[in-house]
Design a protein around this ligand. Structure first.
Ligand SMILES: [Mg+2]
Length: 187
């Protein structure tokens, strides 16, 4: 009896881990997220990662296509805010440049930053989504918080932080699983 309960609990934890690590949607880049897609999913607010999501890792460059995308989201009535694991020194100038409120040192995959974001955005959980490029930060934080993640392929192949480089090694299996399950790449 006890062994069965233990086995059942272990299976539950394993299934939960698989669920919160496998992407639900994968986009080539942030610009591939279209207002029509968000409308179909009932998403009214996006929580944006910065590094390798809106720009290259640790870069302050704002590409025209990203600037246009941000405007397109605003025009479609989508609320936006930034939640990054990077420092205030890195996040603040970029966030201020694009006129968004921000949370730095969010410690994703912990969902604390997402709690702050939801409070700020004033939406219900099913109406918001995390947008980011890391399985073990963005996808996992969204899963733990119980909101969808619009997972992006990293904007560039370069990561500066050693911890990110290590985590990248474990990402392909979860991306592969998404495609094996019939997931498509949104371009
Ligand atoms: Mg990132």
């Amino acid at each position: 009896m006890q062994a069965r309960v233990l086995r059942g609990s272990a299976l539950f934890v394993l299934r939960s881990c698989i669920m919160i690590l496998t992407p639900e949607f994968i986009f080539r880049k942030v610009e591939a997220i279209r207002p029509e897609f968000l409308a179909r999913q009932g998403i009214k607010a996006l929580v944006l990662d910065v590094d390798n999501t809106l720009t290259a890792d640790n870069s302050q460059v704002l590409e025209e296509s990203v600037q246009a995308w941000l405007q397109e989201m605003r025009d479609a009535g989508i609320s936006l805010t930034i939640v990054s694991n990077n420092t205030a020194k890195r996040v603040r100038p970029f966030a201020e440049r694009i006129g968004l409120a921000w949370v730095s040192m969010a410690c994703k995959p912990l969902p604390l930053g997402l709690m702050v974001a939801r409070h700020r955005l004033g939406v219900r959980k099913p109406q918001m989504a995390m947008v980011g490029d890391q399985i073990f930060a963005d996808r996992m934080a969204a899963g733990l918080y119980g909101i969808p993640c619009l997972f992006l392929l990293p904007r560039t192949p370069h990561d500066k932080a050693r911890s990110v480089k290590i985590k990248r090694k474990f990402e392909p299996r979860w991306i592969k699983r998404y495609f094996e399950k019939g997931g498509k790449l949104y371009e």
